[in-house]
Design a protein around this ligand. Structure first.
Ligand code: SF4
Ligand code: SF4
Length: 371
């Protein structure tokens, strides 16, 4: 295929992308992402990636675009802008309840997937193969965005664009069409360190590197007990953390703003709902193994930090002190302790689980006599 045909197709793809509300496409080569592969492997080696799977699972596969589409010739990089806080302040008043990060207030991942499918159809209609990838283990989306010049990497380890700052979600199309490649942007953060200063836990202390072991956003997705030493920093966060986005000055005047009242989650209401209702309502979020117990853990963390001492809070804790999951029970013990419901500890008197016993010991309750 000649260069002219490539340019025409690239133009056609730009037109349809703009019509469906996508940022991009920018186009890059399918060369293996060697630098990023080495970075991922180093992060795993030193433990900075925590237990994150995703692209950390098989770095060699994720770094090789051919694993996403055999004989791919081009990668198209896209973004969808989503609204951030409405005002200048990062502390938008919200109704009381568990907080959801801006990127997850609606199903923006579903939205970008739908829009990319429209663009992919243009390629398929011309006889090319096209594979859409959104938030997939097969693609290092930030590396693709950076190589193609869709945006640049900030010290918050997120892709920034001039107009939106970090308030974008990324998506790609791998194709065997030869398209006209674009250039990386020559931009960086300079001396700015606002995201590093705003991060409550120090997870961004090293420039351009994330220590996932300290990142509240990741830890809310990670299975198992939430680290005790970070529960105080969590506040009312239920899903995600926005500090390193809302503090970023890039695109602050031009990005989309969420005008409606901030969406929050009532922890007591949802703790008293069935597993099915929980999974259905939060289905668009990343929930490890689709396990409703994980949502219950996060709801208990919110409740424990809420200061709520109502009868409904007591009822929710009572129910969860008898839950089958030891992570849920031990988090319920912690929440009951934070809220001063110490009389409820009698409900776990006979609990022989090590995690629950450790939690009780932590708050000064002597281990109950074991057999
Ligand atoms: S998401 Fe929150 S905890 Fe994680 S790096 Fe950003 S500011 Fe820090
Ligand atoms: S807050 Fe400053 S340092 Fe952090 S990503 Fe934005 S521009 Fe870069």
């Amino acid at each position: 295929m000649g260069r002219l045909a490539d340019q025409q197709l690239t133009n056609a793809l730009s037109l349809i992308s703009s019509e469906v509300g996508l940022i991009g496409p920018r186009v890059c080569s399918v060369d293996v992402f060697e630098f990023e592969r080495a970075q991922i492997e180093l992060a795993k080696e030193v433990g900075r990636s925590s237990t994150m799977a995703f692209t950390f699972n098989k770095p060699a596969r994720s770094a090789d675009p051919n694993s996403a589409l055999e004989d791919a010739r081009s990668i198209l990089s896209f973004a969808i802008a989503y609204p951030g806080p409405s005002g200048e302040s990062s502390s938008e008043p919200s109704p009381p309840g568990g907080e959801i990060a801006y990127y997850a207030k609606e199903d923006f991942y579903g939205e970008i997937r739908r829009r990319l499918s429209v663009v992919a159809e243009v390629l398929k209609a011309r006889g090319y193969r096209a594979r859409v990838a959104v938030d997939e283990n097969h693609a290092i989306d930030k590396a693709i965005a950076r190589r193609s010049g869709l945006g640049w990497m900030g010290k918050n380890t997120l892709i920034l664009t001039n107009i939106t700052g970090p308030f974008v979600l990324l998506g790609e199309i791998f194709t065997d069409a030869e398209l006209v490649q674009s250039e990386p942007l020559k931009k960086g953060c300079g001396t700015c360190d606002k995201c590093q200063v705003s991060c409550p836990t120090g997870a961004l202390d090293e420039d351009y590197l994330l220590d996932a072991r300290l990142c509240l956003s990741w830890l809310l997705q990670k299975q198992g007990p939430f680290p005790h030493e970070l529960r105080g920093y969590l506040g009312l966060r239920f899903y995600g953390c926005d500090e390193c986005l809302t503090s970023c000055p890039v695109g602050k005047k031009t990005r989309l703003r969420r005008e409606s009242t901030a969406l929050t989650v009532d922890p007591i209401f949802w703790l008293l709902r069935s597993d099915l209702e929980l999974i259905e309502h939060f289905s668009y979020m990343y929930i490890p193994k689709r396990d409703p117990s994980h949502l219950r853990r996060n709801l208990l963390l919110v409740l424990g930090n809420s200061g709520c001492q109502t009868d409904e809070a007591r009822e929710a804790l009572t129910t969860h002190l008898g839950h089958f999951s030891n992570v849920v029970r031990s988090t319920a013990v912690w929440a009951a302790s934070e809220l001063g419901f110490s009389d409820l500890f009698a409900l776990v008197e006979a609990d022989r689980d090590e995690l629950v016993r450790q939690e009780l010991a932590r708050i000064g309750i002597a281990p109950f006599a074991s057999d």
